[in-house]
Design a protein around this ligand. Structure first.
Ligand SMILES: [Fe+2]
Length: 170
């Protein structure tokens, strides 16, 4: 039993990408997995604790965000698995590996929850976006495609969330 794997290619696969490529992609996918699982937790924290005149709208928006994050996490974890790399999604690993800002337990105004969830979405999307080229350069078109699609969907959800805030001067 191990609390943490070394994320080398642990499982056998017939996929013909080099082992080093699969290990590198597996690391990226696990990093993004931690981000997206953290996003799910942060969105639920906002879902449970938001209050105010826009309660229903924001309560549902944050729950939808959490639900999407579960789906994205699952796809990232399963792509790692396809490449022969273990997926690591336990809470201590998420806490150590996630690049998201630490979410507050409570805020004073509903808008602050919108900011928290928008920041978390943006962190996830921007990190995934930065990895697309790396996956392309490694000739792993499938991981590049997955990251592209997940980034695209995260950008869209970020737009939904950001649009609940008054436009800021550019
Ligand atoms: Fe709920």
């Amino acid at each position: 039993m191990s609390n943490k794997t070394d994320l080398s290619t642990h499982f056998h696969t017939r996929i013909d990408l080099p082992a080093e490529t699969r290990a590198a992609m597996g690391m990226i996918l696990n990093e993004r997995l931690a981000d997206y699982l953290d996003l799910e937790r942060q969105a639920k924290q906002a879902h449970w604790n938001v209050r105010g005149a826009r309660f229903q709208q924001l309560h549902e928006l944050f729950d939808a965000t959490a639900g999407l994050a579960v789906g994205w996490s699952d796809e990232l974890a399963e792509r790692a698995g396809q490449l022969g790399v273990p997926a690591e999604g336990t809470l201590p690993v998420i806490a150590e590996r996630s690049r998201l800002s630490k979410a507050p337990l409570m805020v004073d105004h509903a808008d602050e929850w919108v900011h928290v969830v928008a920041e978390a979405l943006a962190s996830c999307a921007n990190a995934a976006r930065a990895n697309i080229e790396e996956a392309s350069d490694a000739d792993d078109a499938i991981t590049a495609d997955l990251l592209t699609r997940i980034t695209s969907e995260t950008d869209k959800q970020l737009w939904f969330v950001e649009s609940h805030l008054e436009p800021e001067p550019k």
